[in-house]
Ligand binder design. Sequence first.
Ligand SMILES: N[C@@H](CCC(=O)N[C@@H](CS)C(=O)NCC(=O)O)C(=O)O
Length: 283
Amino acid sequence: MSNTTPELVASNKCFGGWLKRYKHTSKATGTEMVFAIYLPPQAETQKVPVLYWLSGLTCTDENFMQKAGAQRVAAELGIALVAPDTSPRGTDLPGEHESYDFGSGAGFYVNATREPWSAHYNMYDYVTEELPALIEQHFPVTEKRAISGHSMGGHGALICALKNPGRYASVSAFAPITNPVNCPWGEKAFSGYLGDDRESWKAWDACELVATAKEKLPLLVDQGEADNFLEEQLKPEALKAACEAAGHPLELRLQPGYDHSYFFIASFIEDHLRHHGKALGAL
Ligand SMILES: N[C@@H](CCC(=O)N[C@@H](CS)C(=O)NCC(=O)O)C(=O)O
């Protein structure tokens, strides 16, 4: 299947710009994929840089656009926002729809190597290569990119940036799964998508990747201290230790009282947008 021209599914005017949903046929996943793009008002007359947002478990392209409240500041700064889905859809692989943390809604932004997942679960290629190429071909955007995300998507944002020096001007994350090779969500996903060889998992783990990162892109991470998943799944202290050992710049902000929800994201998204805006030269 080849990458097709995106087809408009929905359109809403928002803060002077446009929030649009498109579907297209993806080469990476071999399925139809839906993504959302917010084009700020500046995109009417000039090309704008893009912040990619990777969502967490159970999400589609819609959660971030509906709940984070990012459009007002994106419109002020002149940044486009792009939110892909979190997995291929429309397939029916064994067990694909049985749990919230594996299969549909839980692609983990890796390229699966284990069958039957390897035919479709190539979300890493999709979000780092295919989707940006499609966006840059069909929309009024520059090749300046930033990346952020939440939880599983925070892990995704960190690994996409760490594995691709020069591709992103900046990276940030909310409550990321920092060390998937050492937590139940990551162990389940990686054994399913990548198989039993735990060595091969390390190529998809932010704590492992900072040790060898060629570019020391500063990591901005917000983490709620009242997040139910903090100790078992997210482990910000593991990222802190890995960054300290590697001399990798990390701004880890522990936010008292905040949980794992989009109320937490909405509370700090402005700081992240301004952080990315500065790096993208959008201010
Ligand atoms: N459903 C799971 C948790 C799933 C979850 O918290 N998902 C986060 C990302 S990891 C999310 O963004 N959910 C969708 C939403 O809040 O809109 C549970 O109840 O334990």
